[in-house]
Design a binder for this molecule. Sequence first.
Ligand SMILES: [Zn+2]
Length: 392
Amino acid sequence: MRSGFRLARIFGIQVRIDWSWLLILLLVTWSLGSSFGQVHPNWGPATVWGVALFAALLFFTSVLLHELAHSLVARARGIPVQSITLFLFGGVSSIQHDPDSPGVEFVMAIVGPLTSLVIGIVLLLVATPHVRVITSATSATQGLAQLGPLATILLWLGTINVVLGIFNMVPAFPLDGGRVLRSILWGISGNLRSATRWASWLGQAIAWLMIVAGIAMVFGVHIPYFGTGLLNGLWLAFIGWFLNSASSQSYQQIVVHDILEGVSVERMMRTDPPTVPPDSSLSSLVHDHVMGTDEVGFPVVEGDQLVGIVTIDDVRAIPRDEWETTTVRDVMTPFEKLITVGPNDDGAVALDRLTQNDVRQLPVVNGRFLVGLLRRRDVMQWLQAHAERFRK
Ligand SMILES: [Zn+2]
């Protein structure tokens, strides 16, 4: 995972905030504050910015509810959910693996946009009396100006949630709409891989349309519903670019997953990794092992038992003048906390463990006996060596 902090635990699911989210919170608050300031010249700056910040926070709460809907359905269908992260482009649920059946994927994907639509429609219904105020005024601007802070928030939040629901239903994989499309194609063809390929091609095509439309907006072209101008255009192009890379990446992941399925860890792992004894000091670890190699993690072995793993990061965390007196055992990750694989485990499972736990290597063990080490690059090298299978 990227950098950020934990916010809360909701229904046992960890909610995280990525640092990039602070940027989007700032942008949304700023953009809301400047338009509220224009529409309500009678509001003081404290009211304008207070209402803007509150509305922005409520908006991200509804994004969180959208993600919670995905996560809770996933968990109800037996798929573990690690966390929900709010970041620059909204929210993302870290769901352990894709659903095993098109029906589950369909429900899991569609429940998010449905949540946003329901929130939006309910808020707009509550705001209906205020909408009458606007429509009976001489102009929309004048009508909006008559609204108090609460009505302003209700109307904006309602509208933005409806927009969010509709945007997520755009059939651009890996957006929710693209997942819905994939589940339907998967259901019809029975072939997940070709369904993913079609959904991600469509996703990339839509992403490129967004990029082209965004650039056109920068040069003053007016796009219906999106408007025109530098900032709007750049933002649309930026979202398009993000969607394009997410789309091609998720397709590659499926392909890689597919290839690694049925390939045992044993065939990819390094069989004789350099090991270190737990009682050696950090300075001898650095001199005898770290220097002169590009290895970053070393299994710690005592007798014939694996007792832990020590990485360069563990060493770096200790001040240099304490390397002489600190032992490997003091800084290593002990066996009990290690994420390991067995030699006969599936390559796809191993890759999931590497990526989900964000570790660079997995000790391959038989009980507590170290059989080998599977590093990310071993997997990459194996894939490169067997690249012809990519083309099938
Ligand atoms: Zn969603």
